[in-house]
Design a protein around this ligand. Structure first.
Ligand SMILES: NC(=O)c1ccc[n+]([C@@H]2O[C@H](COP(=O)([O-])OP(=O)(O)OC[C@H]3O[C@@H](n4cnc5c(N)ncnc54)[C@H](O)[C@@H]3O)[C@@H](O)[C@H]2O)c1
Length: 261
């Protein structure tokens, strides 16, 4: 089978991107734009429904096919409503990007001092949310004869040194486990681990003068910070037929921060 660039095309595919709507310059909005540009119809879903609709409107004005909707990924009924609506509007589901998470909202207390209520909220959104959304879409993917799940993790999981890092490491575990469970259904499950990204939330979480940014400036091979659009190439590889034989993997897109053998 000769390789052609058509293998990166997503024409006729339907994608859901969670967490693409609350802020300007979000990674989710960049992902939704990239998927539209590759030809997919995109459901932009966020806790902030009005924000999701604004992103979808912008994509539609640029010639894409997109709808926005409100979802709480930590609530199974809400996630099922999202999946049913995606199927109703676009006729199926092929791609799920589990991008929504709590990050800038977190207190980053040492986990030994984190009240259980705060911990449970973190796990409910960052870990359970991705599983709940996967459970909601997989029946639709099976009907299509395959699918793609892409989980957004983080360089902050290598190693985990915060509750946030623990949640992303757990999501790596969900990635490898689902990859095994869903392989025979031709559903691939992979993760993207970004480094420091200059989304609005990323800038708030890691101000220029923070010790974290200083550490990155001293250690990252290329440059410490990337733009949301610089993650999109990896997403399109994992979402398209070009990535047919890739599953259970974590792609580190971080300028050479986490160097793994
Ligand atoms: N910005 C970075 O430097 C960076 C680095 C590594 C990983 N990440 C990850 O990338 C993703 C996007 O980050 P971002 O910088 O665009 O941040 P962001 O805060 O703009 O995006 C997260 C989105 O998730 C949504 N969300 C939160 N709880 C939700 C829920 N219960 N249901 C539905 N939506 C919910 C928020 O409303 C928000 O729109 C996150 O998973 C984050 O952990 C970001």
């Amino acid at each position: 089978m000769a390789f052609t660039l058509d293998r990166f095309s997503l024409k006729g595919k339907v994608a859901i991107v969670t967490g693409a709507g609350a802020r300007q310059r979000s990674i989710g909005a960049a992902y939704a734009g990239g998927l539209c540009a590759a030809g997919a119809s995109v459901v932009v879903a966020d806790l902030n429904g009005a924000g999701a609709q604004a992103v979808a409107r912008e994509l539609t004005e640029r010639g894409g096919r997109a709808v926005g909707m409100q979802v709480d990924i930590s609530n199974p009924e809400s996630a099922h409503r999202m999946a049913d609506k995606a199927n109703e509007v676009f006729g199926g589901i092929d791609i799920l990007v589990n991008n929504a998470a709590l990050m800038v909202e977190l207190s980053y207390k040492p986990i030994i001092n984190t009240p259980l209520e705060e911990w449970n909220r973190l796990i409910a959104v960052n870990v359970n949310g991705a599983l709940i959304c996967s459970q909601a879409v997989v029946p639709y993917m099976r009907k299509r004869g395959g699918g793609r799940i892409i989980n957004q993790v983080s360089g902050g999981a290598y190693p985990a040194t915060s509750g946030y890092g623990v949640s992303k490491l757990a999501l790596v575990g969900i990635t490898t486990t689902l990859a095994m469970e869903l392989g025979r259904d031709k559903i691939t499950v992979n993760a993207i681990a970004p480094g420091n990204v200059a989304s609005e939330a990323g800038r708030m979480a890691a101000p220029d003068d923070s010790p974290f940014m200083q550490m990155l400036r001293n250690t990252v091979a290329l440059r410490p910070t990337g733009e949301p659009d610089e993650l999109v190439g990896a997403l399109l590889l994992l979402a398209s037929p070009a990535g047919d034989w890739i599953t259970g993997q974590v792609l580190h897109i971080d300028g050479g921060w986490i160097l793994r053998p």
